[in-house]
Design a protein around this ligand. Structure first.
Ligand SMILES: [Zn+2]
Length: 319
């Protein structure tokens, strides 16, 4: 029998399924090891009211006659409480092909699990030169529903397997822990790939230090990431002005010599890396975990090399 309570429950599960699926996409595309997302499960009261209003299609007598319109809110509130309890009680399952959730009119609707469709994602692939590629969920051997372990009430561990659609080489398996509405990446079968901007791909310093800077930052070691960014700049300076690593020379002098190699227009229009180098040095001397500096320094470095493609330094300098 279709009641306000069952309509609310149906909508709550529908919403929870889509929120959880979207949250997994955010988690895998934008978060790193030991970072989390919270699945937002809330039911739109107006949507439920509209459904109840479509009495001809959905409601049975108990809705049309027993519950007057003025009392909708009261019944919806009760339905929301009941839905929350039901949602908290059921284990989650993640599917490559989510089972049909059933029609709202079906008498045999069951709410024993929250069945969630694994989303398509776009992440960098280390086999595809660290470029961002579409990845599809694929089945993990022996696991249809992603559940790797039940750890306790509302605590579960999942395996999600994703295959790059460009190379189809080897899927990445993410280990994701659920605690209540929170999903956390707690492991992965290969370390995350770090896309290097096009303008920086040919720089030997970028391959080593830019990559390490990002990995350090993504795993919570901000100070180390600042050190890698500064090393990137210094090693780049030394290479293009041909100063050996064992030769003692201040960063300021390196920056000055480098500036002379740049096109006359360059310093007026773009960052020349000297100031970025200084800011990074100050933070390192003060042992300051400055996340904003990481973000701005990284952006400055990326923009510098992008601009360099338009106003290149002299070929003789060897960059
Ligand atoms: Zn690939």
């Amino acid at each position: 029998m279709m009641t306000i309570r069952s309509i609310v429950l149906y909508k709550a599960f529908e919403k929870a399924r889509s929120s959880a699926s979207a949250s997994v996409q955010t988690l895998l595309e934008h978060k790193h090891l030991y970072q989390s997302v919270e699945v937002n499960i809330s039911v739109d009261r107006e949507e439920v009211k509209n459904l109840v209003d479509m009495g001809d299609e959905y409601a049975t007598e108990d809705l049309l006659f027993v519950v007057p319109r003025g009392q909708y809110d009261k019944y919806i509130d009760a339905g929301l409480d009941h839905s929350r309890e039901t949602l908290e009680a059921v284990p989650w399952r993640f599917w490559i092909d989510q089972p049909d959730p059933g029609d709202i009119n079906s008498a045999s609707l069951e709410y024993k699990f929250l069945d969630i469709q694994l989303p398509y994602i776009k992440v960098a692939c280390d086999f595809c030169d660290d470029t961002v590629q579409p990845h599809n969920p694929v089945q993990v051997n022996g696991l249809k529903d992603g559940v790797a372990a039940e750890l306790g009430s509302q605590k579960q561990l999942f395996f999600f397997s994703y295959l790059c659609q460009s190379c189809k080489r080897e899927s990445v398996i993410y280990v994701v822990r659920r605690e209540g509405k929170r999903l956390t990446i707690v492991g992965r079968s290969r370390f995350e790939s770090v896309p290097i901007p096009k303008a920086m791909k040919k720089l030997p310093e970028a391959r080593r230090f830019y990559r390490n800077a990002i990995i350090a930052f993504n795993t919570g070691r901000t100070l180390a990431s600042l050190f890698y960014l500064r090393t990137l700049i210094e090693q780049y300076f030394r290479r293009v002005i041909a100063v050996d690593n064992d030769e003692r020379i201040s960063g300021e002098d390196l920056a000055k010599s480098y500036r002379k190699l740049l096109d006359k227009e360059f310093p007026m229009k773009f960052d020349t890396l000297g100031n970025t180098y200084d800011s990074l040095s100050d933070a390192l001397h003060a042992a300051c975990d400055d996340e904003e500096l990481y973000t701005s320094a990284r952006a400055n470095i990326e923009k510098h090399f992008e601009a360099l493609a338009r106003l290149p330094i002299s070929q003789a300098a060897g960059a």
